[in-house]
Design a protein around this ligand. Structure first.
Ligand SMILES: Cc1cc2nc3c(=O)[nH]c(=O)nc-3n(C[C@H](O)[C@H](O)[C@H](O)COP(=O)(O)OP(=O)(O)OC[C@H]3O[C@@H](n4cnc5c(N)ncnc54)[C@H](O)[C@@H]3O)c2cc1C
Length: 288
């Protein structure tokens, strides 16, 4: 076991001060499911660990009837145990259910999932579809970033030195919003996505038309992303398989996946289209 600095601040400002002071040589620790693997790769030596778990502001899920505020340290299991998440943000609950194993879900936090900034994050597409706001606290105070502006590349995001992701805010969706999350991997469970997607549809009340569609994809680009052009194709259109196929083709074209040992880029791109079509159809009330 290598020596390393371990600090346990009791407040957000203390943590920000320590992080800033250690000038990029310290990592915040949440659940540790990604950080431990990072340390195995780069080594512990000369790095500090700042345990965030004693900071009260980072914990808990609050819902005031309009906005759900999810503390960065909320674990995936906590999200799943919260009936208001399931009731008002079911696509986030579906994504949480698809993440890892029970053991991982008990440790993994929503803040850690976003800060790792893996293109294959399971929570990111759902948060993109719900247009989440990311609240960040740093040496210059608090700032808010739309989730679609948070990711900058594989493992990269907008967090500056000394900044901590504090919470995620979600506005209550328009009544009648429907949606689905789908994930495709090499195995059926305990699997990092080859492609995942979250879709939300706001139907025009009393008709078969779509007012608004949101389509987010993961694992098929350097960051999780919104398929804006596919969404535009559906806005104002009738809901149905031909329209969903058309939108899925556009989403597929926007995908720019990599080749690796798990799957070829061509296969991932193809499956991006398949998954988007299935998710839209499933959300609309079909089965596939
Ligand atoms: C076996 C296994 C299976 C997995 N399966 C999946 C899966 O199916 N889907 C999926 O999406 N992910 C999966 N993961 C990845 C991982 O579990 C998630 O990304 C997890 O949500 C990370 O959260 P954490 O609390 O463990 O983060 P940590 O490991 O504690 O931190 C991750 C990174 O974020 C930084 N950080 C953490 N919190 C903050 C904060 N509040 N502010 C600033 N920086 C912060 C840390 O310094 C570190 O760099 C898996 C991991 C393992 C080991």
């Amino acid at each position: 076991m290598q020596n390393f600095n371990y600090l346990e601040p009791g407040s957000l400002w203390e943590a920000v001060g320590i992080l800033e002071g250690l000038e990029g040589k310290a990592f915040p620790l949440a659940g540790g499911t990604d950080l431990v693997r990072t340390f195995k790769r780069i080594g512990f030596r000369e790095h500090g660990v700042i345990n965030l778990k004693k900071i009260p502001e980072l914990s808990g899920v609050k819902f005031d009837g309009q906005v759900m505020s999810i503390g960065a340290l909320s674990t995936v299991s906590e999200l799943l145990a919260n009936s208001e998440v399931d009731e008002h943000f079911p696509v986030l609950a579906q994504a949480a259910r698809a993440l890892g194993t029970p053991q991982i879900r008990n440790l993994a936090t929503i803040g850690g999932n976003l800060c790792t900034s893996s293109p294959a994050s399971d929570l990111a597409p759902a948060l993109l579809a719900y247009q989440a706001k990311i609240i960040i606290t740093g040496p210059n105070g608090e700032r808010e970033v739309a989730v679609n502006e948070f990711f900058k590349g594989p493992g990269q995001n907008v967090l500056d030195r000394g900044e901590i992701l504090t919470r995620i805010d979600l506005n209550l969706p328009v009544p009648g919003t429907i949606g689905a999350f789908l994930k495709h991997g090499v195995r059926k469970s305990h699997e990092i996505a080859l492609v995942n997607t979250a879709v939300l549809i706001i139907p025009v009340r009393g008709s078969d038309k779509i007012a608004v569609a949101r389509i987010a994809l993961g694992a098929v680009g350097p960051t999780p992303f919104r398929a804006w052009q596919a969404e535009e194709q559906l806005a104002g259109a009738e809901g149905g398989l031909p329209q969903f196929e058309e939108a899925a083709k556009i989403a597929q074209e926007l995908a720019s996946p990599i080749d690796d040992v798990r799957a070829s880029a061509d296969y991932r791109k193809h499956m991006a289209g398949v998954l988007v079509k299935r998710a839209l159809f499933q959300a609309w009330g079909g089965k596939v």
